[in-house]
Design a protein around this ligand. Sequence first.
Ligand SMILES: [Zn+2]
Length: 302
Amino acid sequence: MPELPEVEALVGFLRERLIGRAVDRVDIGAISVLKTYDPPPTALNGLTVTAVERHGKFLDVDVDGVHLIFHLARAGWLRWYDAAPTAILKPGKSPIALRVRFTPVLDADPAGADGLDPDGEPGFDLTEAGTKKSLAVYVVRSPADVPGIARLGPDPLAAGFDQAALAAILADSRQQVKGLLRDQSVLAGVGNAYSDDVLHAAKLSPFAIAAKLDDEQVTRLYTALRDVLTGAIQAAAGKPAKELKDAKRAGMRVHGRTGQPCPVCGDVVREVSFADSSLQYCATCQTGGKVLADRRMSRLLK
Ligand SMILES: [Zn+2]
């Protein structure tokens, strides 16, 4: 699932290509992804993109006051075209949930003699692989009209998010720090993957209770949060949309690396179940050598 750094990179990618472009048409391939009905997607037609922003893991294309907002969730992705296919989408026949095409603009360095984009209309598809459908698209007049955005906690990379702000959040929570980090209503944008890597960089047990962290641990967590996320953003910046997933995977410290050596100490990266999925960690770096018990497993054995 794309998290804050990948969504931020997609924002940069789309900003470069879309601002100043007008929407030509929006085609819906899977009606179930569209979570709003007023304004209709046709309200975007003819309007010009004025901004592209991120809210947590949501991507917001501001089309002159009408916002096309989407959340890629677990299996959704964006496919960019310099020249989008002109064929009509057949609902239910492909993984393409939504296609947006933009009008050509005068090109500073035209390959076409007419001075337009040489190959047709640029655009993008939102696709979703597999059967677990959770890609969500919203057309709204204000981002706050999307419930998932209205609920978001502070963005960990926002200018005002200092160590005191994180300390206040932690002090207030009886949650395990792994769960806290990926709770979107507490912090916006961090998910299962980066929470593993942030905790590894901070040398903290994923099962530590937030309110019990001491000052030094809070400092480490704050530093790790900023460093891991900004490092991932730098690694992702400027990469085309299609390369972002591989870049994310390649940059991970422990997440998704069960059985491989820890990049810091060489101990084996271990996995333990957590909530609805699993997490990865290094016992030497994070838990004083203690192997975390798989609670799901021990429950089954009781
Ligand atoms: Zn280690």
